[in-house]
Ligand binder design. Structure first.
Ligand code: GN1
Ligand code: MG
Length: 353
């Protein structure tokens, strides 16, 4: 995958005239997204976030806008609603720019920061409460109005089929290099079937579908949640996947791509904080069956993302942006390890209602 810096000048050019930016405006990479290219644009005192949508993944950027703007509107002005980072139109009311109409502008919220790796369990509580609050506030939004931009996004059946196809193709000739990980994944197949069955039985709600800790903005001063970012994968689904992504990105003391595997362990105290925060954010508005599914959600999401990284490694790194060769395999090893640790360290934790 090419350098993240490569498209920065194009992104700036795409928005310069529509947003009346001066010749001295600057642009620099922002965040850690694996799919879209995100940048901070500064022009004197003005700041905005610009993003080029990866159209190999999101083939119709218009659909992303449609979904996000419906959610933005639903939440806007709602009593006690959590803020979402909103799209900003140009002076003519247009949201998509550049020759491919794949560049958009989002608001920049000052005095906020993102967290890549949790510093203390309190942040897990805050993050989980924030994402649960977001979903609860969308309980009265008809999930079927959202375009399914990436159908079957967290379906175990779909991800398993993708993995088997990639293994059979072995397009990059790497199957030998990750034989250990492949064998490990094969052993988890029965669980994938159980998870699919579990998902099929749960209520469908509006899910964020990418509840990573770094998809929240925290107030620098107070540490409270300031806003939710990245509404691209908001689609109907069962809540265990959202909780699962929180577990996946909060429970380990290491980043998702850390190669210090000996440190990649699930911290039960963080898991507990997540369940408390999540339950608190929902304020009793989820069902017993959903509560009982949360522990499985953590293990499931960890394994599924590990499997997706492994699949992409087998495919020759065509989906996730990588910073160096072998990056996807490193991510896969990390996430499979975390899954294994969750299985032994938190699988028995019941979540109190
Ligand atoms: C991708 O690009 P980003 O970081 O928002 C991916 C998620 C994965 C995540 C792994 C559309 O999200 O599903 O969990 O990487 N998004 C898409 O960190 O595939
Ligand atoms: Mg995302």
């Amino acid at each position: 995958m090419d350098s993240i810096l490569r498209n920065m000048p194009d992104i700036l050019e795409a928005i310069r005239a529509p947003y009346g930016l001066s010749d001295t405006a600057t642009i620099s990479p922002l965040g850690n997204g694996h799919i879209n290219r995100t940048a901070l644009v500064s022009d004197g005192k003005r700041r905005m976030v610009a993003q080029q949508v990866n159209t190999a993944v999101f083939t119709r950027p218009r659909d992303l806008l449609y979904n996000a703007r419906m959610i933005e509107e639903h939440l806007f002005g709602k009593e006690g609603a959590l803020r979402v980072v909103r799209h900003v139109p140009d002076s003519q009311g247009r949201f998509l720019h550049g020759p491919q109409e794949d560049v958009r502008v989002l608001e920049y919220i000052p005095a906020t920061t993102t967290v890549e790796v949790l510093k203390e369990p309190g942040q897990a509580y805050t993050a989980a409460q924030g994402f649960a609050r977001f979903s609860r506030q969308l309980s009265d939004f008809d999930a079927s109005k959202l375009v399914a931009v990436l159908p079957d996004f967290h379906s175990p059946d779909f991800r398993w089929r993708q993995f088997l196809d990639a293994l059979e193709r072995d397009a990059a000739g790497r199957a030998g290099e990750c034989a250990g990980e492949i064998a490990f994944a094969m052993g988890v197949e029965p669980l994938m079937r159980d998870w699919q069955e579990l998902m099929n039985k749960l209520p469908v709600r509006v899910c964020h579908n990418d509840c990573k800790i770094n998809n929240l903005l925290f107030h620098k001063e107070s540490g409270a949640v300031a806003a939710i970012i990245d509404l691209d994968t908001c689609m109907p689904g069962p809540v265990l996947t959202d909780f699962g992504d929180l577990v996946r990105t909060c429970c380990s003391p290491e980043a998702e791509d850390s190669t210090r595997l000996e440190n990649v362990v699930a911290r039960p105290e963080v898991f507990r904080a997540l369940t408390e925060g999540y339950m608190d954010g929902w304020r009793g508005e989820i069902t017993r069956a959903e509560i009982d599914s949360l522990v499985q959600g953590g293990m499931m999401m960890c394994f599924i993302i590990g499997l997706r990284f492994l699949t992409d490694f087998l495919d020759g790194d065509r989906y996730f942006a990588i910073a160096h060769p072998g990056h996807n395999l490193e991510r896969a090893r990390n996430q499979l390890r975390l899954f294994d640790s969750l299985r032994t360290r938190v699988a028995d934790h019941a979540v109190p209602a």
